[in-house]
Design a protein around this ligand. Structure first.
Ligand code: NAP
Length: 281
């Protein structure tokens, strides 16, 4: 099976490439420098001969997208469209990675894959458009939503918490946004397993289990880093304004993974404790 991974230099892309290579799969890794997903011809050339295309390329700067929605749309929606068209022409299967930010965060129960969407931000709108683009151009496409990613490669929330905790000795972190911190390595494993399981086309959720706030997660991170003496103050989102509004509660229901024989990532705290040494190294 020949895999093409786009956005291969990003946090998730690197995990996907490493996992597949570790399993001895044939992997073509395309970073932004090798393949701009906005270019349809380049996508067609890159996807020729592939069996599976895993699209990890995205414009992920959530706040920046508010002032450049067209730019984010090009990467997050036109990009998947280009890859889906190319995948369909090549007889390959597209795996499109998406986000909890397609939801408005007002639900009490975890969002199921077919619950109504309602993005609050430009980033969320462009990612939702990417889901539609992928599914409409490639009948076999898998759309996999994840959330609150952290990992070894590149910046992420735990690394920022440790850096600022060390530097300042005190941190204020929002406690009124609930979600699921999820290890990029776990998502990479789910993406691979969905493909190997021959999962039916459609949408899946791939997040760690349970739910927490950024404040509680920061506490777990500081404990793992031996920084339990850092003063950690919970604050409301209103005290920490950002350009893009965030969903208040974007917990995703991963139940569909089990229905197709794929194991969901475990509880967020257990997964964090397993990941911490590598992520904070
Ligand atoms: N990070 C999270 O918390 C989170 C949460 C939910 C869902 N997701 C989704 O997970 C996926 C992977 O995100 P990530 O966290 O790995 O993000 P990331 O580290 O920012 O990786 C995205 C990669 O895409 C590349 N890219 C940007 N524009 C491109 C273009 N036009 N053509 C090709 N590549 C391009 C970026 O390159 P440059 O760095 O050079 O721009 C970067 O290497 C995305 O679909 C994202 O929406 C992420």
């Amino acid at each position: 099976m020949r895999w093409v991974v786009t956005g291969a230099a990003g946090m998730l892309g690197r995990e996907v490439v490493d996992l597949l290579r570790g399993n001895g799969s044939e992997v073509v890794a395309r970073s932004r420098a090798d393949l701009d997903v906005v270019d349809p011809r380049a996508c067609r050339d890159a996807v020729a001969g592939a069996d599976v295309v895993v699209n990890c390329a995205a414009a992920t700067a959530v706040d920046a997208a508010e002032s450049d929605e067209a730019g984010a749309f090009a990467v997050n929606a036109t990009g998947p469209r280009n890859l889906a068209v190319a995948a369909a022409a090549a007889g390959a299967r597209l795996v499109q990675v998406s986000t909890d930010y397609v939801f408005d965060g007002r639900a009490v129960a975890p969002y199921r894959v077919d619950d109504p969407t309602g993005p609050l931000s430009a980033y969320g709108r462009t990612k939702l458009a990417g889901e539609w683009a992928a599914a409409s151009a490639d009948a076999g496409a898998l759309v996999v939503r994840t959330s609150w990613l952290y990992g070894e490669h590149g910046g992420c929330f735990p690394k920022t918490v440790v850096r600022l905790g060390r530097a300042r000795g005190a941190l204020s972190v929002v406690d009124d946004q609930l979600g699921q911190p999820t290890w990029a390595a776990d998502v990479a494993r789910v993406l691979r397993d969905l493909v190997l399981a021959g999962a039916p086309a459609g949408t899946y959720h791939a997040t760690a289990g349970g739910r927490t706030s950024w404040w509680e997660f920061a506490g777990a991170v500081l404990a793992s880093a031996g920084l339990g003496d850092v003063v950690l103050t919970p604050v409301g989102s209103a005290q920490y304004p950002t350009a893009a509004p965030r969903p208040a509660c974007s917990v995703l229901d991963t139940g569909r993974l089990g229905e197709v024989g794929v194991t969901a990532p475990g509880p967020w705290r257990e997964r964090w404790e397993r990941a911490a040494v590598a992520v904070l190294a």
